[in-house]
Write a protein that binds this ligand. Structure first.
Ligand code: DOR
Ligand code: ZN
Length: 456
């Protein structure tokens, strides 16, 4: 150990969980980075942080959040949303561009960066939008550090117009030239509008109409079309929030034919099924919708088989009033989730549904690799000292009032959970402990490293 610089502090006594193993090891941290992971790293005169009995995971990387700046800060903002992330053990978020106005030009990207850069309590990447006419802006946004580009094939919150196939293809080519990921919301917009109009005309207003208006083949069609185009354009493609058994099977089949694409499922699509419309009403309106139990089971099976690459939240806040809307067509899609992802997944782990190593693979290691975040997603020398201390045995009940978002309306309120976040560290600094977010915002922009090979 003599070759090592003296660390600033050492985490001792914990079990360090990686994407494929867990070991009782110490972690030495200096200048915000991990400098060593191994046995007996404690040094006289150096602060040691006793984490006996706890698990240490890399800070989670949530590649799908909507923090609503600019233009919708009545729902959430960068400070509130990243405080929630810190409290949930999420140390890096990737923020979506469907804001008002949308982030579809380099100018808007620069403005957004300026607006949010001093407000974040965790590190953040920003997506640009793949719009109907902005292929020439893609490279410029890449220069400004865009993590990738979001393509909405189906309409959702915000002013996003869905591009036609020619515009999509031009955008895919531009993203491929910039070597960045395109993340897609895969639902066919024309079909969504037609089914929605039909249901509205029939007088339906109940929450379940949302599910009926977005049938499975609408996702399967969009997935098939975008994978076909992205292969032709040689674009790194990621399917956000894949929600159906048939959609998953289509991706598996296309991969077997040589198409390369990564898949994400949402916490909400894993923990809620269609009975949620009866229990929670329009609060669980989500695009794509919460599905029948058979789809939920297929997504879990996809996790078991390793077909699903990433779990994310689609943290999509709305105001408490908006979430109380009873007419399904007036209600908004999405709800908060960045703070509850890890406790829910730890609960699933405690019940044997997946392992904590799986959680690290799906929420830390794989997203960091896919988006070429060279210093995130692992606890290893040279990586940022982002980690979360977890008590895997803590039984508690989810208290919505204790959450950190602007509007703490969640279907998970009152759910019995096993597993809690004890403390969160961002680049070696304690940012959350025992229910409290600590200090001022120190989050920084994260951009894809040009020298890192991404999977998929
Ligand atoms: O339900 C959703 N809400 N799905 C999305 O894709 C976007 C999100 C939002 O921004 O509100
Ligand atoms: Zn989303």
């Amino acid at each position: 150990m003599s070759a090592l610089p003296t660390p600033d502090f050492v985490v001792t006594g914990a079990t360090v969980v990686s994407h494929d193993a867990r070991r009782r090891q110490d972690i030495a941290v200096k200048d915000g980075k991990v400098v060593a992971v191994g046995d007996a790293l404690a040094v006289d005169g150096v602060r040691s942080l006793d984490a006996t009995g706890l698990l240490v995971l890399p800070g989670l990387v949530d590649v799908h959040v909507h923090l609503r700046e600019p233009g919708m800060t009545e729902k959430e903002d960068f400070a509130s949303g990243t405080r929630a992330a810190a409290a949930g053990g999420v140390t890096t978020v990737v923020d979506m561009p469907n804001t008002k106005p949308p982030v579809a030009t380099a100018e808007r990207f620069r403005e957004k960066l300026e607006l949010v850069r001093d407000k974040a309590f965790v590190d953040f990447g920003l997506y640009g939008m793949l719009d109907h006419d902005n292929a020439e802006e893609i490279g410029a946004m890449a220069e400004l550090g865009a993590m990738g580009f979001k393509l909405f094939m189906g309409q959702t919150t915000g002013d996003n117009r869905c591009p036609n196939d020619a515009a999509i293809f031009r955008g895919l080519e531009a993203a491929a030239a910039a070597d960045l990921v395109v993340g897609v919301h895969a639902e066919n917009d024309h079909l969504l509008r037609m089914f929605g109009d039909r249901l509205r005309a029939s007088g339906r207003k109940d929450p379940r109409a949302h599910l009926e208006g977005r049938p499975t083949f609408v996702e399967v069609e969009a997935v098939t079309r975008i994978i076909t185009m992205a292969t032709e354009a040689r674009t790194k493609l990621h399917i956000h929030h894949l929600s159906t058994a048939a959609g998953l099977q289509r991706v598996v089949d296309l991969r077997a034919q040589g198409h390369r694409v990564t898949i994400e499922t949402l916490v909400a699509h894993l923990f809620l099924d269609e009975t949620a419309y009866d229990t929670y009403g329009n609060l669980v309106k989500l695009n794509p919708p919460i599905r029948p139990a058979a789809d939920v089971a297929a997504l879990w099976a996809g996790i078991d088989r390793g077909d699903v690459d990433v779990i994310a939240t689609d943290h999509a806040p709305h105001t408490a009033d908006e979430q109380a809307e009873t007419d399904v067509w007036q209600a908004y899609g999405g709800f908060i989730g960045v703070e509850t992802m890890l406790p829910l997944l730890l609960t699933a782990a405690a019940r044997g549904r997946l392992t904590v190593e799986d959680i690290v693979r799906l929420c830390c290691y794989a997203p960091a690799r896919r988006w070429s975040m060279s210093r995130k997603g692992q606890i290893a020398p040279g990586f940022d000292a982002d980690f979360v201390l977890v008590d895997p045995a803590a039984d508690h009940v989810l208290d919505a009032a204790a959450l950190h978002s602007k509007h703490n309306v969640t279907p998970y309120a009152g759910w019995p959970l096993t597993g809690a976040v004890v403390a969160t560290y961002l680049r070696g600094r304690l940012i959350f402990e025992k229910g409290e977010v600590i200090g001022s915002p120190t989050g920084r922009q994260v951009s894809p490293a040009r020298d890192v090979e991404s999977r998929g």
